[in-house]
Structure formats: C-alpha cells, structure tokens
Design a protein around this ligand. Structure first.
Ligand code: C5P
Ligand code: C5P
Ligand code: ZN
Length: 465
C-alpha cells in the first residue's frame, strides 16, 4: 500500500503543475464515480478539468484524444491496456485504472504515472475499483484529508462494479475506504437482505425481480410473490396511508420473518447458495430515505442508466452532487434502462442460450444495446441457465460485434481468467478486449463470431482443466 500511495502522490504532484487538464473515463457507474471523484479533487486544487467519456479506449479513440491533447490527460477506470500506444502522442498520460494490464509482469509500472492496483499486489477485480483508485489519488491531492468526503462515491463505484459480490461485502482497500466513509458518517453498512431495491421498490416487486439466487416460484412470478407474503403474514400496504411498503418501511421483526421464510423456501426447493441472500449493504447517510441515491447499488444503477445511453454528463453531474436538473432527468433514463433490461433478459429467454464445451453464449444482434449486453449476460446466467460455465453475450456495435463475458467464481478459482481468454481469442480474429478475471469484454469483426467462439472455448478449456 505504501508503494501504491507513493505512486498516487507522484501522479497528484504532476497534476499540480498544470492549470488545466483533460480527463477521460469509462461509461459505467464506476467510470462516472471515478471521474466525479477525480474532477472534484482537481477542481478543489484550483485546476480546471475537461471531462470526456468513452465506451472503451481502443486505438481509434486514443488517436482522437492524442491528436488534440497536450499537457496532462488523466485516464480513470481505463487506460492500462493502451499504455504502450500512448508513447507516440505529445500529452503526458496519468492512468488511474484497475483493469488487468496486458503485461502485468513487465515493467510498464515503472512508467511514472501508472496507478493500477494489479502492479502493487492489490486485486483490482474485488479489492479496489476505478473509483477507489481515484479516491486514493484525490487524498494525495488534498491537505488535511479534505477529500475524504468523496469516499461515498468510491463505494458506489466499487459496488457498481460488483466488487462486493465475491464475499458479499467489500474487502481489501475497498474496506479501508468504507471504514473512512463510515467514520466520517457518510456511509453506514450492515448485514441485510442483498436484494436490489431496498429503498425504492414495493417489497413484492423487490422479490419478484430478485435473481441472486434465483428463487423458484418467486423470481419472475407475481402470484408466487403475493402468496409468499401472505404465507409469512406481511401486509404489502401501509395500514394508514395505503401506500406500497418498501423494505425500509418494515420492522426488524417483519424483515426477520421474510428472511426466514425465504431461507425455508430455498431449502425446500433445493436452491444452491441460499447464503447469497444475506450480506453487507451500503447506505449513503446524506441522501434522503427512500431515494435511489441512498443505497449504493441503486445509486450505481441510476448512474448506469445515464452513461450507457450517451448521457454521461448527466451521470457525472449527479455523482458530483447535482440533485436538481440532472437528477430529474436521470429518473426518466432509469425507467428506460429498467425497460431495456427486462426486454433484454426476455430476448435471451426466448432465443435461448447455446451451450458449448466450456462456455455458453447468446447472440442478441441489434436487439440489445451493446452498452448493456454485459449487464444482461450477468442477469441471464442466474435465471436462465443451469450450466456452471462462463456466459458470453454478443451484440452489434459500430465496429463489429461487442463481446461481453461473465463467469462464476468457482471457475476463477480453477484458473479461469476471462480477460486473458477474451484478449487472446479476440486478437486471433483481429479484435481486441480486456477486463477482469471474472468479467471481460471486447470487440471483434462481425463475421468472426464462430471462429472467436471456437478459440474462446478452447482457451477457457485450457485455463480450467
Ligand atoms: O469496466 P469495469 O471494471 O468498471 O467493469 C467491471 C464489470 O465487471 C462490471 O460490469 C461488473 O458488473 C462486472 N462484474 C461482474 N461480476 C463480478 C464482478 C464484476 O459481472 N463478480
Ligand atoms: O462491457 P462489459 O460490461 O462486458 O465489460 C466487462 C469488463 O471488460 C469491464 O471491466 C470492461 O471495462 C472490460 N472491457 C475492456 N475492453 C473492452 C470491453 C470491455 O477492457 N473492449
Ligand atoms: Zn471499473
């Protein structure tokens, strides 16, 4: 950690030499949170920042940036994979990333301003997110801990990247940041039901849409949900104002009855992984009760519903504190995002998932937007597939086919590294990719799906056998 902080300090010192910098970030919740943290910290240091968001940093995108930039360009939540290519441009790159660098064993870390946990014995898939990296950088830019108040966004980013999924709680450096946020009183954490929508959804909807684990007769089953609540004796509406009750409206005793009922239900139906129902949840104490900003997971979904639809500046403004115009607009985007997710999962359900030897896949063509096909791959695998195999989703994009892959932890334990497998297979068909062991993505030429699948199937087989 000391070495990591030294590098963070070097990056911060370099930024202080500038009057204005550019910042480039990724279009997901962690990317937005990263950009918000870095931007605030830099502005507080009296330096101006111009922020851009990109779907991914490929050669074309880098070239567009490289041709127009001089001075310092800060990359948050991306950049490590393109470090080699950056040398040919006039700007000075500062990289605050957490994706697996393509040559993690080489000496690219010796490059002055490359802050990536993977070089420092910290695992960037679950111990530190892009926004966590930005947070450490922000601390180095401030005197007297004045940037500690940005810790809640670091938690939103980490949770947005599902970094709390492996242990059902944040660990590693993420946990240190969590403790700082908690000491400051801006985040609280507790053990609770880990189902999406605790702040905003009527409880029956919350259960109906739960997918981790899949609850037979409850997930996706409105009637089944209502039956469940009547069985455990919980009324869905408030007796006084007849409003639908949310998880946060229930008494501790009622919550306990529901949890026990769910566990019993899972045992009865032979559901694996009942323990996944319970784990840590993160509450942003400064946000209003019942708002999607109060729960870290719901906040991250709100952010995703902006940037993944070309509205990254809206998400950035919310992550930086706007609760007026940008926040209002995001509510519409959120509704649209939810509709798209439901439609996407339904599409996969109807077309089916094809199972190969070591992987399974679906091709959404242009039925699913490339920027959310990864989320849908992750959602589908829980509800639609019994196979313990990585899932790969394809969707059309401007440059060909977008690839998004997600894996179960059991396979990562056996040696699976999706970032390596996708990168290698994509390269064979003139594409590119990257990411983490557990989740990775890329782009390949449109007519190369079959060949890519053969390569990936073989590559994954080699890793896990
Ligand atoms: O680009 P970035 O690192 O920010 O994104 C990480 C991605 O990995 C997210 O889309 C997240 O949903 C996914 N992920 C996952 N399962 C995990 C951990 C991360 O699907 N257990
Ligand atoms: O796009 P998707 O959600 O599938 O991305 C999964 C992970 O792979 C993310 O961490 C993302 O940043 C990474 N990725 C990448 N290069 C790409 C596409 C995705 O590093 N071309
Ligand atoms: Zn990230």
């Amino acid at each position: 950690m000391k070495r990591f902080e030294d590098t963070a300090k070097r990056c911060a010192d370099r930024v202080r030499e500038e009057q204005k910098v550019r910042l480039v970030s990724h279009i997901d919740a962690d990317g937005l949170a990263s950009a918000a943290i870095a931007t605030k910290a830099i502005e507080r240091a009296g330096i101006r920042v111009e922020v851009d968001f990109v779907k991914q940093l490929d050669e074309l995108v880098l070239d567009r940036i490289g041709r127009s930039a001089s001075g310092v360009v800060i990359f948050t939540d991306l950049g490590s994979s393109m470090i080699g290519e950056m040398a040919k441009y006039a700007f000075t790159p500062i990289i605050l990333d957490h994706h697996i660098p393509p040559d993690v064993d080489s000496d690219t870390e010796n490059f002055d301003f490359h802050l990536n946990p993977h070089f420092f014995g910290i695992n960037g898939s679950y111990e530190l997110s892009g926004s966590g990296v930005a947070y450490i950088f922000a601390q180095m830019l401030a005197e007297n801990h004045e940037n500690r108040d940005l810790a809640d966004m670091a938690i939103v980013g980490a949770v947005g990247d599902l970094q709390d999924k492996k242990y059902r709680q944040l660990v590693g450096v993420n946990r240190q940041i969590l403790e700082e946020a908690s000491e400051l009183g801006i985040i609280s954490y507790e053990k609770d039901l880990r189902i999406f929508g605790r702040q905003t959804r009527p409880i029956q909807r919350m259960l109906q849409y739960s997918s981790e684990p899949h609850l037979p007769g409850i997930t996706g089953d409105e009637r089944g949900c209502l039956d469940f609540f009547s069985r455990v004796g919980i009324s869905l509406k408030d007796a006084d104002d007849m409003r639908w009750r949310r998880w946060i409206d229930l008494t501790p005793d009622e919550k306990q009855r529901i949890v026990s009922g769910l566990v019993e239900h899972c045992v009865k139906h032979g559901v694996d992984g009942v323990e996944r129902l319970i784990g840590e949840v993160y509450t942003l104490s400064r946000e209003p009760v019942g708002s999607e900003l109060r729960d870290a997971t719901e906040f991250s979904t709100l952010l995703n519903s902006t940037a993944r639809y070309g509205e990254a500046q809206i998400g950035l403004r919310i992550a930086m504190g706007d609760r007026e115009e940008a926040y209002k607009r995001s509510k519409e985007l959120l509704r649209e995002h939810r509709r798209n997710l439901t439609a996407g999962v339904n599409f996969v359900k109807e077309t089916g998932i094809t199972v190969l030897k070591n992987i399974q896949y679906f091709n959404a063509g242009d039925h699913i937007k490339e920027t959310i096909v990864g989320i849908i791959a992750g959602m589908s695998v829980n509800t639609l597939s019994k196979e313990n195999l990585p899932i790969v989703g394809f969707a059309k994009c401007d440059d060909g086919l977008k690839v998004s892959a997600r894996a179960p932890y059991s396979l990562v334990k056996r040696g699976l590294n999706l970032a390596d497998a996708i990168t290698a297979s994509a390269k064979e068909v003139n594409g590119f990719g990257g990411g983490h062991d557990i989740a990775a993505g890329g782009v390949i030429p449109e007519n190369q799906m079959e060949r890519f699948l053969v390569m990936l199937d073989e590559e994954v087989g080699k890793q896990i056998n």
